[in-house]
Design a protein around this ligand. Structure first.
Ligand SMILES: [Zn+2]
Length: 279
């Protein structure tokens, strides 16, 4: 059997207790095939059904870039693709709306499939790139975003929203389309439950002319430069950067910002920054 690289889970392990580390993955789709190797062309060994729990180690197939969960059963090591799995972090099982900034959502930790904040409100259409479509955020995040956009406007910079809250189901559709388009190892769209957009505190931002929509080139715009300098003072951070690709498992996304709540002081902003790898 070929050697596969174990992923660095350092980011997930930060602050995680042994109990958290033992949380199993659950089959999210109706069924998922079990393979001998972390490879779709390897022999199949039956399947797991929706809701079944499975624990093991994440491995990556370097040829397809697809992630698999390797698990032991009957003295053998078997594999299922993480594309069909979900793992809900215990912090996210709390009743009701989760405290903003304390939710844990990564490539390896998810929200509950039925999590939908109760305080979602529409972002005023004037701040959205397509006024016909309603974009929603949690009330506190929407108010903070508008205050940030108004501050940018005073500095002569116009910023718009192109995507905000997404339900588990709409993320599921996005993910399926991305896999169809880019293959099972795609890294642009998060698996359902594992997207920060389900929090209702996360936005994709664009320039008003729409010349840099979900493009790396957004990182060269006056809009991004303004956000890079000022977003933290409003409690917002770019989630996926050049610096944290290994920890987050996602490529840099200069347009994707998440609200962590209003920092109390300037010191709180600077001391919070190094924790970006563990969010
Ligand atoms: Zn995004």
């Amino acid at each position: 059997m070929r050697q596969f690289f174990a992923l660095s889970l350092a980011a997930v392990a930060l602050g995680a207790t042994a109990q958290v580390a033992e949380v199993p993955w659950t089959v999210r789709e109706e069924r998922t095939p079990i393979h001998a190797d972390p490879d779709r062309t390897s022999p199949q060994r039956g399947e797991l059904l929706q809701g079944e729990a499975v624990s093991g180690e994440i491995v990556r197939n370097p040829e397809t870039d697809e992630e698999w969960l390797a698990f032991a059963s009957s003295g053998e090591t078997w594999h299922v693709t993480t594309n069909d799995l979900i793992r809900v972090h215990p912090v996210n099982l709390a009743e009701g709306d989760l405290p903003i900034g304390e939710e844990i959502v990564t490539r390896w930790w998810a929200l509950r499939p039925d999590y939908e904040p109760s305080d979602l409100v529409g972002i005023p259409p004037a701040w959205c790139s397509d006024a016909d479509r309603e974009h929603r955020l949690r009330l506190e995040s929407m108010e903070s975003l508008v205050a940030m956009f108004q501050a940018a406007r005073r500095d002569g910079v116009e910023i718009r929203v192109t995507s905000a809250y997404r339900s588990f189901e709409s993320q599921r559709r996005n993910f399926r389309n991305a896999v169809r388009r880019l293959g099972p190892g795609e890294r642009q769209v998060a698996r359902p439950g594992h997207s920060e957009h389900q929090l209702g505190t996360t936005v994709d931002l664009v320039d008003p002319e729409g010349r840099h929509v979900l493009e790396l080139s957004f990182g060269t715009t006056p809009q991004w430069r303004w956000l890079n300098e000022h977003a933290a003072s409003f409690g917002w951070r770019q989630s996926y950067t050049e610096a944290n690709t290994a920890e987050t498992g996602y490529d840099p996304e200069p347009w994707h910002f998440r609200h962590f709540g209003q920092p109390a002081t300037a010191e709180a902003v600077s001391s919070a920054s190094p924790e970006i790898a563990s969010d």
